[in-house]
Design a protein around this ligand. Structure first.
Ligand code: FES
Length: 95
């Protein structure tokens, strides 16, 4: 199934066609969207934070260990742990 991923980087919007099950961090990198991923997806750096809404996989315990309760409340996810389940929106976070 082809999914539409809409990525918001401030005022800049990028549309990405994805397949169900695709890995968000990989999609962002393949489409040259800048995202910090210091640990290269090993879920140790906590740098690949985005806000992800829509049809994405559920929050994992590994992510919760690297996110504050406030971030969880805001819908912040670690891109290296997110699988695409359908149409979704992703907002890049500038710190
Ligand atoms: S790339 Fe390091 S936690 Fe996601």
């Amino acid at each position: 199934m082809v999914c539409r991923l809409t990525v918001y980087d401030g005022d800049h919007v990028t549309y990405i066609d994805a397949n169900k099950g695709d890995h968000l961090l990989s999609l962002l990198k393949e489409n040259e969207i800048p995202i910090d991923s210091t640990c290269n997806g090993n879920v140790t750096c906590g740098r690949c934070k985005v806000i992800a809404t829509g049809l994405v996989g559920t929050l994992t315990e590994q992510e919760m260990a690297l996110l504050t309760p406030e971030e969880v409340e805001r819908g912040v996810r670690l891109a290296c742990m997110v699988r695409i389940d359908g149409n979704a929106k992703v907002y890049l976070i500038k710190e």
